[in-house]
Ligand binder design. Structure first.
Ligand code: C2E
Ligand code: CA
Ligand code: CA
Length: 963
């Protein structure tokens, strides 16, 4: 072990050695002789005058040297060894330096040194010069020795013995340390320990405590092992102790500081600029991507180089302020390059703790925090809150807060703006909301708000507020609760003015409602249009289009009942269109009522209807349906007080014949025709026979039209006779058709079809033209016809062109008469008819009522017409010779005629009995096969000729003309 040298002590020892009269010398810790006094030098010179002593080994026997060396490692403080070659002894003792370490050895040469009291006195005197306090205790003499150093240590004057006695000394010992000292003393005295080192506190003469380090050992025992001598040294270690304490505290603090900073994620650095030393903690390194092991010195010393160029200038400025002494505080925020190349944000906080004489920083301590993440968060937060603020501002959203603990409400400026309030900063707005709530909203809204407050639910409500100027605004409010950092529950909410929105919404709502109404109206109109496009306006029944659709959707399974009203025209003509309409509506209801649920009931013409069944019903259903409606229609209907009677004919066609669409309807139409032909008020099914008949009829129609073109029609003339004289009184022109097949056809075979073809007028005209021509022909031959009658069809009588067509009659010679069917005119009120009749009369043409007695003409109507003659129908004439009742009827007709000045003609006179009876009954003229059949012009010429020569014509006297 290397022992530190203490130069002043060395010097002291030399001085002491020099003052000793006995040979003495000082040895270094290595036992090398370092200094000898004069006496010792003399002694050594005596032995070897020419070579100074260099080594203790040369003074003592090698065996003794080992003993001498013991103090270096052993227990004794002093040893005696015989000096080689002399009878003297060397006494050697260690010199204790101020640091309690031995600084060398002090040796005296003399006879039995240890027994020399003087020598010890001197010893003590020498030791007294040493700064350390030394003491010893001689158990044998019970004496204590305390060096001057011992006293100085305690602030006592030289020679002050106040603490020499153990009891006195103990009184100055710190109470806390006394027990330890007592224990030590006891242990020493009873041999438990032989060396000791102890520190304790003792009161300095000035009154303060000093720390004493005491180190000693038992140096001698008696033969029984009892302690004889203890030596020890004292040192004032107060300063050391304080420094140590301070250092320890400092170290603890520093460690704590380091740990706390490091654990807070802060890298610690410590710059001693004066000494050029720098310390950077592990975290400082790891923050920058290094470990404490691989962090290069350059990284720490050339720190500034790694700072982001954009931050360098700013940082330089801050460092300059530190250097100039303007501030001691460091707070840098800057980017520094990470080992991996990217930059990290660092906040560096620190302080200049020491400056040198020039005021420049000598010692700076600080810590760094990596705030890259925070910075990113902050940047994000910053931009977020900026956009939020922008959003809130532009949306004119007012923000309010309520502290549930203090019950204080705070509004922002926009809130005040919404509520029309002047506000100053940080004003407590508690109660202001409730104050401005609309009276009608106050109760329910505050109730809801309190509920939300209690339950923690979100508040979400629209309400009205009344501003101080009285205006009412609509406000929407949203609020939520949260608990802040210190546990206070707060409510934060927003308000915004939705008055305009509501107004706009209201306008929109009204516009919507209007549009909705218009839509509905349009829809209704459309539906109406659609309905009217598919329905009959008068009856609401389906029309032809809808009927066609229904037929199509039946997929060829439909059944059609074609219905036609009988006698509808008469009702229409006599009672007017309104009555006709009433009949139609009545019939429509009737059909609706009786038609099956799935049937389509349609009106397809003035008085024509169709019932369409989507499929063939069970057997008998069609028949019973037809019966039902015919029976129902037969019930008289009272209109304007008149009991109107009309009938109904029904033609039925089913798809059994394979016909669909228009063909099916045509079949029903044919069946209807058949029904009507068969005598009205009945129904007929379409049959194949009917179809053939219809085809025949169609062919006939074609032939009629061709016949007209080819002048195949011509006249026969049937003579009429005075009943009493049987002289010729006139002729009736009757049409005939010379068919291309060679046959001669009579009117009954073609007139109905010609009627349907609407060509009867043309036929009549042709007959009239021929009759005029033939009349002229006979006249030219001096055979004038007393009177020429032509038949006029009903349609022709209503023809507006009739007067023009009759112009030919103006030049016609002789008497002309028009035979009009009774049913044609007697009920008619038609203006055209009246005009035509007037025209006929103007032309001097007689009017005869044909087929009288078969129709329903009223006597009143008859009188109104004022005809020249009535022609009694042959149906009435035929039974006249056998039936008295019939004769009575004829007689009444004759009487009416006589009364009104109207001539009476009897038709169908076939037998002499007929002639007699009719003459007797008073008929004026007779016509019939019994007298003369219709005959061609030339045959009549012969008859006229004969009559002229005979003067009279008699069926029984003259030639009979039969065709
Ligand atoms: P009508 O006007 O009553 O004419 C008399 C019809 O009775 C004629 O038949 C005639 O041949 C027939 N007749 C005459 N004497 C007798 C008799 O003793 N016994 C029977 N059983 N019949 C007799 P016709 O020529 O076949 O004419 C039939 C009907 O055709 C006519 O009946 C008339 O209504 C119509 N008709 C004839 N010619 C014309 C015409 O030129 N124009 C128009 N519109 N109708 C005509
Ligand atoms: Ca006639
Ligand atoms: Ca007739």
């Amino acid at each position: 072990m290397k022992i530190a040298r203490d130069l002043p002590t060395d010097l002291q020892i030399r001085t002491v050695v020099d003052q000793i009269t006995a040979p003495a010398f000082a040895l270094g810790p290595d036992l090398c002789v370092q200094h000898v006094n004069t006496a010792m030098a003399a002694l050594l010179d005596q032995r070897a005058s020419n070579a100074p002593l260099a080594d203790l080994a040369q003074l003592v026997q090698p065996a003794d040297l080992a003993t001498l060396q013991q103090p270096l490692t052993g227990d004794d403080t002093a040893h005696q060894v015989p000096m080689s070659g002399t009878n003297q002894f060397i006494m050697i003792a260690p010199v204790i330096g101020p640091s309690t370490e031995r600084v060398g050895f002090f040796a005296i040469v003399g006879p039995q040194a240890d027994t020399t009291r003087d020598q010890f006195a001197r010893w003590h005197a020498i030791l007294g010069h040493i700064d350390d306090g030394l003491w010893d205790y001689d158990a044998h003499t019970k004496t204590r020795y305390r060096s001057e150093g011992w006293r100085r240590l305690r602030g006592l004057d030289d020679g002050d013995t106040s603490r020499d006695r153990r009891e006195d000394w103990l009184a100055f010992i710190h109470p806390d340390d006394r027990t330890r000292l007592d224990t030590l003393t006891a242990d020493l005295l009873n041999g438990k320990v032989t060396t000791f080192e102890i520190t304790y506190r003792e009161r300095h003469a000035d009154g303060h405590w000093i720390w004493v380090a005491s180190k000693g050992k038992v140096v001698r025992h008696d033969a029984d092992g009892n302690v004889l001598h203890i030596v020890a040294s004292n040192r004032d270690i107060t300063r050391t102790k304080e420094t140590e304490d301070k250092l320890r505290t400092l170290e603890t603090l520093r460690e704590r500081w380091r740990i706390s900073l490091e654990s807070a994620g802060q890298g610690v650095w410590d710059l001693r600029l004066a000494e050029g030393s720098r310390y950077c903690s592990d975290l400082w390194c790891t923050m920058r991507g290094y470990t404490s092991d691989n962090c290069p010195q350059e990284r720490m010393s050339k720190w500034f180089r790694y700072i982001h160029p954009d931050d360098q200038l700013r940082l330089r400025g801050q460092i300059a302020k530190l250097n100039s002494g303007e501030t001691d505080e460091i707070r840098f925020e800057y980017r520094e390059k990470h080992k991996q190349g990217h930059y990290i944000w660092i906040v560096s906080r620190g302080r200049v703790v020491e400056r040198d004489e020039s005021g420049a920083p000598a010692h700076i301590i600080g810590n760094d925090t990596d705030i890259t993440a925070i910075k990113a968060d902050h940047d994000e937060f910053d931009s977020l809150s900026k956009s939020l603020e922008l959003a809130v501002t532009t949306a004119r959203i007012g923000i309010w807060q309520f502290n549930t603990h203090t019950r204080i409400a705070k509004w922002d400026a926009q809130m005040g703006h919404i509520y029309g309030l002047e506000m100053h900063d940080d004003q407590d707005m508690t109660g202001m909301w409730e104050k401005h709530l609309h009276p009608d909203d106050l109760e329910p809204v505050t109730k809801l708000a309190n509920h939300c407050l209690r339950t923690g639910k979100e508040f979400n409500q629209d309400f009205r507020i009344v501003r101080p100027d009285g205006t009412i605004r609509h406000v929407r409010s949203r609020a939520a609760q949260y608990t802040d950092d210190v546990g206070v529950r707060r409510v934060i909410g927003v308000n915004w003015d939705i008055t305009e929105d509501r107004q706009r919404a209201e306008v929109l709502r009204q516009a919507n409602a209007l549009a909705q109404k218009q839509n509905e109206a349009l829809e209704t109109a459309r539906a109406e249009m659609e309905h009217s496009a598919l329905h009959d306006a008068l009856t609401g029944l389906a029309n032809r289009r809808l009927l066609d659709d229904a037929e199509k959707s039946s997929r060829g399974k439909a059944v059609v009942l074609h219905i036609d009203l009988d006698r509808f025209k008469q009702i229409n003509d006599t009672l007017g269109h309104a009555a006709g309409d009433e009949v139609i509506i009545h019939v429509a209801n009737l059909l609706r009522k009786h038609a099956p649920q799935n049937a389509t009931v349609a009106r397809v013409g003035g008085d024509e209807f169709v019932i369409l069944l989507p499929q063939m019903p069970a057997d008998g259903v069609l028949e019973s349906l037809a019966d039902t409606i015919i029976t129902a229609a037969a019930e008289p209907l009272t209109i304007k007080g008149h009991a109107c009677r009309f009938g109904m004919s029904v033609g039925i066609a089913t798809s059994a014949e394979g016909e669909t669409g228009s063909a099916l309807f045509a079949n029903a139409d044919m069946a209807l025709y058949l029904a009507k032909n068969d005598g009205r008020g009945r129904y007929r099914f379409f049959t194949e026979d009917l179809k053939i008949a219809m085809q025949t009829k169609n062919r006939l129609a074609d032939e009629i039209l061709a016949g007209l073109q080819n002048h195949e029609f011509y006249c026969l003339y049937q003579p009429q006779f005075h009943a009493d004289t049987l002289n010729l009184s006139g002729v009736e022109a009757l049409v005939r058709w010379r068919h291309p097949d060679g046959s001669m056809r009579s009117p009954d075979s073609f007139l109905p079809v010609a009627e349907e073809l609407n060509v009867v007028g043309r036929i009549d005209q042709m007959v009239l033209d021929q009759a005029i021509a033939d009349t002229l022909h006979w006249q030219k031959r001096g055979l004038p016809v007393p009177r020429m009658s032509v038949n006029v069809s009903a349609r022709r009588l209503l023809d507006p062109d009739l007067p023009a067509n009759l112009a030919c009659l103006k030049k016609a010679p002789g008497e002309f008469a028009f035979e009009l069917l009774e049913s044609v005119f007697l009920d008619a009120h038609d203006e055209q008819l009246a005009a035509n009749l007037a025209c006929i009369r103007d032309l001097g043409i007689d009017i005869e009522v044909d087929d009288f007695g078969t129709g329903h003409a009223s006597i009143v109507g008859l009188l109104k017409l004022q005809p020249n003659r009535l022609k009694i129908d042959r149906e009435l004439v035929s039974p006249v010779d056998t039936s008295a009742k019939q004769r009575l009827l004829i007689k009444s007709i004759v009487e009416i005629g006589k009364l009104q000045g109207i001539g009476v003609v009897a038709e169908g006179v076939e037998t002499p009995a007929h002639i007699d009876v009719l003459r007797d009954l008073g008929c004026d003229h007779l016509q019939g096969y019994g007298l003369a059949s219709p005959m061609p012009r030339d045959q009549l010429s012969a008859l006229l000729h004969a009559a002229q020569s005979n003067g009279k014509y008699s069926p029984y006297g003259g030639p009979t003309f039969v065709l």
